[in-house]
Design a protein around this ligand. Structure first.
Ligand code: RIB
Length: 305
């Protein structure tokens, strides 16, 4: 079982030829609403990859909250620890996608998800203790991230922190992380070093390991993923599964892939290859949560490689 702690956000996605300037209005080329929020995307991806998963989060009592519950029921995501705020709204995100290059820019407002309490995390303590992996990100406030990681660590559960969006992390927090999974930008921000090549990613990973992280996996887009642990490096190549349609949630699909593979007893060295296949499929589909691939599709892609 996997426990994911994070946020649900309704992704309001706008396709546009360019970003508007302040005070400017432009006409976009498309719009859709779908499930988002890094933690929620990761939980949905894990469920589609056939892993039992519980999502630890907070939503509001509003339409977006109802949308989240409906999706979790359909996807088989456990909601025993999906709490509700009576006053705060469910999270929402503005996703701006360049309609030619497919790149995205995101503004996310966690809303009720930021009101999750340490007491509510404690209610999930027993479930966390039964999990093989505890996976979280930085869309909930740092004290909650630290509390969740502490609960998992004291129960001997493997912890994965996807440090997105990037914030400065102190040594105490990094010491609670078995596997840190930044992208290149996040690795650069966290380490203070440039990260544009595998060699630079290695150096940044060593800085973060020196500050307490157990292992670092840097996702590098088309260059694949780099695992650094115990002074050794393993690279997994990116997997191309078709034309890139939408990269939103690619990192989330990758993190879910690692968590699922580890929960099935695979080694981290193998898990990153599986995660690259999951992400390779995700980017061929529109939507963050909605674009996550099924296990059968990932297995078929790997078998065909
Ligand atoms: O990782 C992609 C996600 O980041 C989006 O779904 C958006 O909601 C933000 O949380």
């Amino acid at each position: 079982m996997i426990v994911v702690m994070g946020i649900f956000a309704a992704d309001l996605t706008f396709l546009t030829p360019r970003l508007p300037a302040w005070t400017e209005t432009i006409i976009g080329s498309g719009f859709r609403i779908g499930p988002g929020g890094k933690g929620s995307n990761q939980a949905i991806a894990a469920a589609r990859l056939s892993a039992p998963v519980q999502f630890l989060a907070k939503i509001g009592r509003d339409e977006f909250g109802a949308m989240a519950r409906g999706i979790y029921e359909m996807e088989g995501v456990g909601t025993s620890f999906l709490f509700e705020s009576a006053d705060a709204p469910t999270g929402a995100a503005a996703i701006i996608i360049d309609d030619r290059a497919g790149e995205n820019a995101i503004i996310v407002v966690p809303g009720a998800a930021a009101m999750l309490s340490t007491a509510e995390i404690d209610l999930a303590g027993e479930a966390i203790g039964r999990a093989a992996v505890f996976l979280t990100q930085l869309e909930v406030p740092l004290p909650l991230v630290a509390h969740g990681l502490t609960e998992a660590r004291k129960r001997g559960v493997t912890t994965i922190l996807n440090p997105a969006p990037a914030f400065a992390l102190d040594r105490d927090l990094l010491a609670l992380v078995d596997i840190l999974t930044p992208n290149e930008t996040e690795a650069a921000m966290l380490s203070g070093l440039p990260v544009t090549t595998p060699e630079e990613a290695e150096r940044a990973a060593d800085v973060l390991i020196g500050r307490g992280a157990g292992a670092v996996v840097v996702t590098m887009g088309a260059a694949g993923a780099l695992l650094r642990r115990d002074g050794r490096t393993v690279m997994a190549p990116a997997v191309r599964a078709g034309a890139v349609v939408d990269t939103t949630g690619a990192g989330d699909s990758f993190n879910a892939g690692i968590a699922v593979a580890l929960s099935e007893g695979r080694r981290l060295e193998d898990a990153i290859g599986f995660a690259c296949a999951v992400a390779g499929l995700k980017v061929t589909r529109a939507g963050a949560g909605a674009g996550m691939p099924l296990r059968s599709e990932v297995d078929a892609l790997i078998a065909a490689a």
